[in-house]
Design a protein around this ligand. Structure first.
Ligand SMILES: C[S@@+](CC[C@H](N)C(=O)[O-])C[C@H]1O[C@@H](n2cnc3c(N)ncnc32)[C@H](O)[C@@H]1O
Length: 370
């Protein structure tokens, strides 16, 4: 049980752990963490649905941007956190159809259970392309090509911070009467520094609670030293900083998913539910650019997909073929509707040595909002 394991880690740490550590253990503790365990996570039978799980239209449309980036850099892809493996298999099939198959498709995945599932998915959907796919145990030393991460930054552990009158506190976890309970301690180090900067920049008022992600921006910065030529394509839900730390969002963006119910209770069934925080895309671009990457584009998922030819992908299926067309139209609606994924999800490209405008950002680029 994840709860018992986490409680043991709290005791081992002297009775208190920060929320980032709790999130890390609840999601990734060996054997008992949500992503390390065997439960079905993605799709209708799981806890939440990601864009690739809705059907191949997402990967087919993304294929146009991926093909352009491969032609501008090198024919290699690394997908980070590949989930069930559907994006990998659908994208490889689309690139094959476009005559743009990469020489290699590597997957960087923390979960051994998901690695096995990814292999099985590719074997089922695109068996002839499986020999091109390999799994990495660690970040490579050098890389040229495209790094793709769909809904990965939001799954990286974040800190919880509470701004009070004259104090900035880090929210953590203790065990009291056999249950997890919140406990706030003074924030220190890099977290305190970031929290002070946000208080000034976003005029944060006492009583405000939110997350601060230190790991995700640092991870993006790490890639800057690895990428020789190419790009990171990051797709996730989130906002620029001024929207993230908006006065009205005073309880943060933390969300848990269990069997298609979204709620804000991370102590509910640790290890059996997903825990996420939205992405502060300003923090991501600052970290990437400080480490030597260029911002190549930032826009909503809806604008990005239309720029990449979503309408043409839809038109591949005749309207008269209602058995195929209707589910496809429903998928497209979920991908682009402002009430679903269209506006909340953003696409950001950061790169090195890429000097041409990218297809996905030709119209409606929102880089100036960051
Ligand atoms: C919400 S799931 C998204 C899965 C998939 N990309 C999709 O769109 O269906 C998050 C994934 O990110 C992986 N992940 C999180 N942090 C990671 C890291 N630092 N390196 C590699 N994978 C990571 C998790 O194991 C999981 O597969």
């Amino acid at each position: 049980m994840a709860s018992r394991y986490i409680a043991g880690q709290v005791a081992a740490a002297g009775g208190w752990i920060g929320f980032d550590r709790f999130m890390d253990l609840a999601l990734y503790a060996p054997g008992t963490g949500y992503y390390s365990g065997g439960a079905r996570k993605f799709g209708a039978a799981g806890d939440f649905v990601t864009a690739p799980e809705l059907g191949p239209a997402f990967a087919q449309t993304l294929g146009a941007q991926v093909a352009q980036l491969l032609s501008l850099s090198a024919p290699q892809i690394i997908e980070v956190g590949a989930g069930s493996g559907l994006l990998a298999s659908d994208l490889l099939l689309e690139l094959e159809a476009r005559g743009m198959l990469p020489a290699g498709y590597a997957i960087l995945e923390l979960s051994g259970e998901l690695r096995a599932r990814q292999r099985q998915t590719i074997e089922n959907h695109a068996p002839h392309l499986l020999p091109r796919v390999n799994w990495l145990d660690r970040l490579p030393e050098r890389f040229a090509g495209l790094l793709l991460a769909n809904e990965v930054l939001d799954a990286m552990p974040a800190h919880l911070v509470s701004w009070q009158d004259g104090a900035i506190l880090e929210r953590g976890i203790v065990v009291a009467d056999g249950r997890f309970a919140w406990d706030d301690r003074p924030a220190t180090g890099a977290l305190l520094e970031r929290a002070r900067m946000l208080a000034t920049e976003c005029a944060i008022e006492p009583g405000y609670l939110s997350e601060i992600a230190l790991i995700a921006p640092a991870w993006v910065g790490e890639w800057a030293a690895i990428i020789e030529r190419g790009a990171l394509l990051l797709i996730d839900y989130g906002f620029p900083r001024h929207e993230y730390y908006h006065p009205q969002r005073d309880a943060g963006t933390l969300m848990c998913h269990y069997r298609h119910h979204a709620h804000g209770e991370p102590f509910h069934l640790p290890g059996l539910q997903d825990i996420t925080a939205h992405v502060d895309f300003t923090a991501i671009v600052e970290a990437g650019c400080a480490a030597g990457l260029d911002l190549l584009g930032y826009t909503t998922q809806s604008t990005f997909l239309f720029n990449c030819g979503l309408t043409e992908v839809l038109a591949r299926t005749p309207v008269s073929d209602s058995l195929r067309y209707l589910p496809l139209a429903s998928t497209v609606q979920k991908l682009v509707s402002p009430a679903e994924m269209g506006e909340l999800f953003k696409v950001m490209a950061l790169g090195k040595g890429i000097h041409e405008p990218l297809l996905g950002f030709t119209r409606g680029d929102r880089s100036a909002s960051l």
